[in-house]
Ligand binder design. Structure first.
Ligand code: DHB
Ligand code: FE
Length: 316
């Protein structure tokens, strides 16, 4: 059985790639941000995951406005990066785990998520920057990845509920996977930011902190926000938080916050880093009566996808 050891939320601002290339990690502008990854490095060195399932949004390298899937998943054994025009070095490729991808695809499609299946997929800064932050250095990254792309660009976007449930479907598939591997789940982008229009430069610290707090213990509460309401609070590109919602949904066990760093600004963005630990919950602990302890999380009533709730009011 695959073991989901935890989730990481991280920004993916391209200029981080330039800072890495120029060795500016200790520069006064950059150090409060890069220092936030010291904990992450220690945690990853201790936990040694085999695979990272990465939820992110493509920024035009694979998909453009003419053809933009709501949800797409890579099913390849290698993912290359190409020049996106940010003036940062083209990244090394990431190794993929196509077998795991197909396992996830079967569960996702079975659960009603009509995924676009990509046997070829480029990875953009939304994956290469987080990978370089999590595993700095020149050698190959020590995990295989499964990239899952969520449309945060062209409206209509999927709801927060839908993305949380997408993650839950992935989590259930991982719990039912028969290979003995350790998996982390990553959500990239955010937090609040807006790159264009009248509100360019918009950042909302209070709302970011609310989102990070709720993400740990009560992510369902965040589903009360419609996409327009969320964008009003977080900025047009702050909606990249959908990737964090999916990451949280995939944590099927008992979740606790191990680490958080929040720093304003990195480029135009409130830069946040979070580590959530996931301790698998046994059948007994969550009251499962299926009698199938070993595959409880794939079959019992507690693992069902929760429907959207419409609470009365939006918290301030
Ligand atoms: C920036 C932020 C992003 O999320 C992105 O994809 C590109 C640029 C920025 O703040 O510069
Ligand atoms: Fe982005």
């Amino acid at each position: 059985m695959a073991r989901i050891i935890g989730g990481i939320g991280t920004t993916h601002v391209p200029s981080i790639g330039k800072a890495i290339a120029e060795g500016l990690q200790s520069d006064p502008y950059w150090s409060p941000f890069f220092r936030g990854f010291d904990y992450v490095h220690g945690w990853l060195a201790r936990e040694k995951p085999d695979v990272a399932v990465v939820f992110s949004n493509d920024h035009g390298l694979n998909f453009f406005l003419d053809k933009l899937p709501t949800f797409a998943v890579g099913a390849a054994n290698e993912y290359r990066n190409e020049d996106e025009g940010w003036g940062i070095p083209v990244s090394k490729p990431a190794a993929g785990d196509a077998d795991l991808s197909w396992h996830l695809i079967n569960q996702l499609v079975g659960d009603g998520f009509d995924m676009t299946i990509c046997q070829e997929m480029l990875i953009d800064h939304a994956i290469t920057i987080p990978m370089s932050l999590m595993w700095p250095g020149k050698a190959a990254w020590p995990v295989k990845i499964v990239p899952i792309s969520i449309n945060t660009v062209q409206h209509p976007l999927p709801s927060l509920t839908r993305c949380l449930n997408l993650g839950r479907s992935v989590g259930r598939a991982l719990d039912a996977y028969d290979k003995d591997i350790k998996v982390i789940v990553v959500g990239t982008g955010g937090l609040s930011h807006q790159l264009d229009g009248e509100r360019a430069g918009f950042i909302n610290k209070e709302f970011d902190l609310l989102c990070m707090d709720k993400l740990v213990n009560n992510p369902d509460e965040l589903t009360r926000y419609s996409i327009p309401e969320f964008i009003e609070q977080a900025g047009a590109q702050g909606v990249e938080f959908l990737n964090w919602m999916a990451m949280r949904g995939a944590l099927t066990g008992k979740v606790s916050e191990a680490h958080r760093n929040y720093h304003i600004p990195i480029s135009n963005t409130a830069a946040a880093t979070m580590v959530l630990e996931n301790v698998p919950v046994t059948a007994k602990a969550h009251g499962c009566t299926s009698g199938k302890e070993a595959d409880c999380c794939g079959t019992c009533v507690n693992s069902k996808i929760t429907p959207a709730k419409k609470p009365e009011q939006i918290p301030a």
